[in-house]
Design a protein. Structure first.
Length: 250
């Protein structure tokens, strides 16, 4: 079985950051920490003008948090640390001074929807259906909620959070503002991203940095907010409901 990784490559001043996990790109804590650090470092790298966030494999962009780790949480402190993983990646993306383009080639669930929402410009294939499934296991999209709400709006975020069993198609996500373009295939998606990202590199980096700060205005409290949200999930994951639900996944 292939091993999980985070890797970065640079091509024509575009930094491609790719994550992968053999379990449908679900992300354990160590991979989330490495991903957050890689994004932070890329933001400081003068050889990179624009960042593309992508995942390995063909079928799933990101299945959210690692269930193997979720099942083994036995106290609130550990729970908060676990749920802070996605919070740290979202905050790294928010603070990064460079535009981050999302490449969503397939289905994305839970925390993966949060990652897609935290990109500055997100492109996808027609196979990139989204689902916020957290309520199914007795918690909620507390950590990713602010990012999803910022991109989709409160009404749409509430809709998919409550309707936790349903995948919403890529075209719906485009209509609501999460995806900017939806392509027929991964090859077409990659062509579109390459052209778009390399064109952005021709622009003034200082202008793009100032624009990014403008776009994220009002999120300055997210370090605190997402930590508070992680604590809520860390408490709820210990509930009898969630423990009983998670037994089915063992």
């Amino acid at each position: 079985m292939a091993e999980a990784y985070v890797k970065q490559t640079i091509e024509n001043e575009v930094g491609y950051i790719e994550f992968f996990h053999p379990a449908h790109n679900s992300l354990p804590g160590d991979i989330l920490a490495e991903l957050a650090q890689t994004i932070t470092d890329a933001g400081k790298n003068d050889a990179i003008k624009v960042i593309v966030l992508k995942s390995g494999g063909d079928r799933t962009f990101c299945a959210g948090a690692s269930f193997n780790e979720l099942i083994n949480i036995n106290d609130e402190a550990t729970g908060k640390i676990f749920f802070s993983g996605f919070a740290n990646v979202i905050n790294a993306m928010r603070k990064c001074p460079k535009f981050i383009i999302g490449r969503v080639q397939g289905k994305t669930v839970g925390g993966g929807v949060g990652l897609a929402s935290a990109t500055d410009y997100c492109m996808a294939t027609k196979f990139a259906a989204i689902k916020l499934s957290e309520l199914n296991v007795g918690i909620g999209p507390f950590v990713v909620g602010p990012a999803v709400e910022r991109k989709l709006g409160l009404s749409e975020m509430s809709q998919i959070a409550i309707d936790a069993n349903s995948f919403y198609p890529a075209e719906w996500a485009k209509q609501k503002g999460l995806f900017t373009q939806v392509f027929e295939s991964t090859d077409k998606l990659d062509e579109g991203i390459k052209t778009f990202a390399e064109n952005l590199c021709n622009y003034n980096t200082e202008a793009m940095k100032e624009m990014k700060q403008m776009f994220w205005k009002g999120t300055e409290d997210w370090d605190t907010l997402l930590a508070e949200r992680a604590a809520i999930s860390g408490r709820l994951v210990l509930s009898d409901f969630t423990k009983e639900t998670l037994k089915r996944f063992k």
